[in-house]
Design a protein. Structure first.
Length: 159
């Protein structure tokens, strides 16, 4: 192989490797990770329980969420909690259904959401920082419901 042709081949290979490395690095920077505010529950395989349950007839059964993105998180204090993507967007939404208010309450945000179920019951989707903990005070107990969903409430006494 001639020296000039060899240099062109080496330059082509080095350029291709540089483009690959730059693309991989950029992909890593823009891919959400659970510790960086990503919501891993939205990557779970959808199960039969991931259907929003409400007794209101004639309403949107997905409460304005992309049906394939809905994930059931927990039933806490007679409150059903679901997360999913807002229809047509990548916004994260928290759906709350209580026995007192069977109509789904939907709160959405870019990457994290806080919903007030009652004065003494808050739910946070996404990372919980010390500032949030300071705002809610010491009276509410932190309960981790899933990888990125945390509830803050005083448990009802067992009867």
């Amino acid at each position: 192989m001639k020296p000039r042709r060899r240099r062109s081949l080496v330059a082509l290979i080095v350029g291709a490797v540089a483009i690959f490395v730059a693309g991989a690095a950029a992909g890593g920077l823009f891919t959400p990770r659970p510790g960086d505010g990503g919501i891993p529950e939205l990557e779970w395989t959808q199960a039969s329980e991931d259907v929003i349950f409400s007794t209101i007839s004639g309403q949107d059964p997905s409460a304005g969420l992309e049906p394939d993105s809905v994930r059931f998180i927990a039933n806490v204090e007679n409150t059903l909690l679901y997360i999913g993507h807002q229809a047509g967007t990548t916004n994260v939404c928290l759906v709350v259904i209580t026995t007192i208010e069977p109509r789904p309450s939907v709160t959405c945000g870019d990457t994290g959401v806080t919903a007030e179920v009652r004065d003494d019951f808050l739910v946070e989707v996404g990372p919980v920082d010390d500032g949030f903990r300071a705002r809610i005070g010491p009276d509410l107990t932190e309960h981790r419901l899933s990888a990125s969903v945390t509830a803050f409430y005083v448990p009802s006494p067992k009867v």
